[in-house]
Ligand binder design. Structure first.
Ligand code: TYC
Length: 141
């Protein structure tokens, strides 16, 4: 269960500790906190209060980009798509294409949301331009 204080806390915001000392619960590596009076590392006037800023890193949500099989898209076109948009060499592109051909679906790569979305759009636009029914989709991992 999260405490009210935990919920109120945001990444990067200082956390009030006892005795008027303001500090986060996880000190940052690097420059030591200001010890008051002087200027901090950014040349700002110190307040006399040490502040440690906590930085939370979050794992990004990841998405698989998949190709779906169909009866009409030429194998060579699918291999080209895998080389061009998914940086596969010819051997790996051919393997993935054959996997899709035989199993109905196959993974081109795993990306953050916006990168996956862009790749799906690029593949679908190229397929449409060449009037192939190739389908490319993304799914959350
Ligand atoms: N099945 C297609 C054919 O026989 C080839 C193909 C492979 C199509 C992969 C789409 O995602 C695909 N020409």
């Amino acid at each position: 269960m999260q405490s009210g204080q935990d919920r109120a806390r945001q990444a990067g915001s200082p956390v009030q500790a006892g005795g008027g000392l303001v500090m986060a619960d996880r000190p940052r590596r690097g420059q030591p906190p200001s010890d008051g009076g002087g200027r901090d590392g950014n040349g700002r006037e110190g307040s006399g209060t040490a502040v440690l800023t906590r930085t939370r890193t979050r794992k990004p949500n990841l998405y698989r980009v998949l190709l779906l099989n169909d009866d009409y898209t030429p194998m060579e076109f699918v291999v080209h798509v895998l080389e061009r948009f998914f940086n596969k060499d010819r051997a790996e592109a051919t393997q993935i294409m054959m996997h899709v051909h035989q199993n109905g679906v196959g993974e081109c790569g795993v990306f953050t949301y916006e990168v996956a979305e862009t790749k799906v759009t690029l593949v679908m636009d190229l397929a449409r331009k060449h009037m192939h029914p190739l389908q490319c989709v993304m799914e959350k991992k």
